[in-house]
Design a protein around this ligand. Structure first.
Ligand SMILES: Nc1ncnc2c1ncn2[C@@H]1O[C@H](COP(=O)(O)OP(=O)(O)O)[C@@H](O)[C@H]1O
Ligand SMILES: [Mg+2]
Length: 265
């Protein structure tokens, strides 16, 4: 479990996060949605221990990364994987080498030892037969899987995704959404998806928080994004209403029928 407790953070005295709180449960996908500049990436940097908040705690399986010593921060950080951020693969290395790169380069492990793990992981991700290929030969969806394999090789307990669908076309957005759900189930991790993409949140999230001007609002189940009367939520979703109305008319979506349900708040 990942627990963010009343985090306040600033850059050069300019406040960015104001008493932000959230809880991400094991085996659940928790989304933090917010528009550009709302502080999402900053929140992830605090969670990873890259920046220290001025107050508050971030508990990763009960351990506070904010007050930990440098050595402890590294150990706690190793429980987490930041996915798709700077996920550019090395084009001149094969898929197998890309996934093995960090364990060999940073952890000084041996190729002979790492290779079987890499291949087992690739097989598990449906990439068993492409270990010898180069990233340029793969589809966008496959490249995202390889990027994920690079993180999963460390067996993280928490997967943090920063804007995983940004810049993708609708087909690849759906692929990434499916990958996030699949990883969450298969590896039994705690998933946190940080995004401005409302549709993606409606598809993947179990529980949603809104980040707005550095303030967190617990929205709850994703469909509450559409029914909440919280002013910050209403303001965020207003621009999406048009899409949502069309989306709502589609059969078999997780939010179909939501218009009439006021009793599940
Ligand atoms: N390294 C930095 N130094 C100073 N200000 C920053 C830095 N990174 C982000 N900011 C500012 O903090 C605010 C939140 O940024 P960010 O966390 O990147 O938001 P988001 O990821 O939601 O777009 C923005 O106003 C941004 O300009
Ligand atoms: Mg960001």
């Amino acid at each position: 479990m990942l627990k963010v407790e009343a985090i306040t953070a600033s850059y050069n005295d300019v406040p960015v996060l104001d008493r932000v709180s959230m809880t991400a449960h094991e085996r659940r996908i928790t989304a933090v949605i917010g528009s550009s500049g709302s502080g999402k990436s900053t929140l992830l940097r605090v969670i990873m221990g890259f920046i220290k908040p001025s107050s508050g705690r971030v508990l990763i399986e009960g351990e506070d990364i904010c007050s930990a010593s440098e050595a402890e921060v590294a150990r706690i950080r190793a429980k987490m994987g930041l996915v798709f951020q700077e996920s550019a693969l090395f084009d001149s290395l094969t898929v197998e080498e890309n996934v093995a790169f960090f364990p060999i380069y940073h952890q000084k492990r041996r190729w002979r030892q790492v290779r079987p793990e890499v291949n087992a992981l690739l097989a598990e991700l449906g990439l068993g037969d492409i270990g010898g290929k180069y990233p340029g030969e793969l589809s966008g969806g496959m490249r995202r899987r390889v990027a994920l394999a690079r993180t999963l090789i460390y067996h993280p307990r928490v997967l943090l995704y920063d804007e995983p669908t940004t810049g993708l076309d609708p087909t690849n957005i759906a692929t990434v959404d499916d990958i996030i759900k699949e990883m969450n189930e298969r590896f039994e991790v705690t998933s946190v998806v940080v995004t401005h993409d409302l549709e993606s949140v409606l598809h993947v999230a179990d529980w949603v928080y809104l980040l707005d001007e550095g303030h967190s609002v617990e929205v709850g189940p994703p469909k509450h994004l559409l029914t909440s009367d919280h002013p910050r939520v209403v303001r965020f979703t207003a621009s999406w209403r048009k899409h949502i109305d069309a989306f709502r008319k589609l059969p078999h979506t997780p939010i179909s029928g939501v218009a009439g349900s006021k009793d599940d708040k």
